[in-house]
Design a protein. Structure first.
Length: 74
């Protein structure tokens, strides 16, 4: 049961990472669009600042859960 949960969590982490990559790509595209995208660029930067920090926290928690599960299995 723990292994199934860990697999699910790993898939969720991968989904989050891919989503953040798409936002970074969108930001890069918007920066090349010119001055009309300034508000959108600012909003994306604010979002990324927060989301990347939360993703790092989530990855850290995921790692901790994995270590705890490994300890329980042994």
């Amino acid at each position: 049961a723990f292994q199934v949960l860990l697999k699910y969590l790993a898939e969720e982490m991968q989904t989050i990472s891919k989503g953040l990559e798409k936002v970074v790509q969108e930001l890069s595209t918007a920066e090349n669009d010119g001055p009309g995208s300034e508000k959108f660029i600012k909003a994306l930067k604010v979002f990324l600042s927060s989301a990347e920090g939360e993703a790092r926290t989530l990855a850290s928690l995921y790692s901790l859960v994995g270590k705890n599960v490994d300890a329980l299995i042994l």
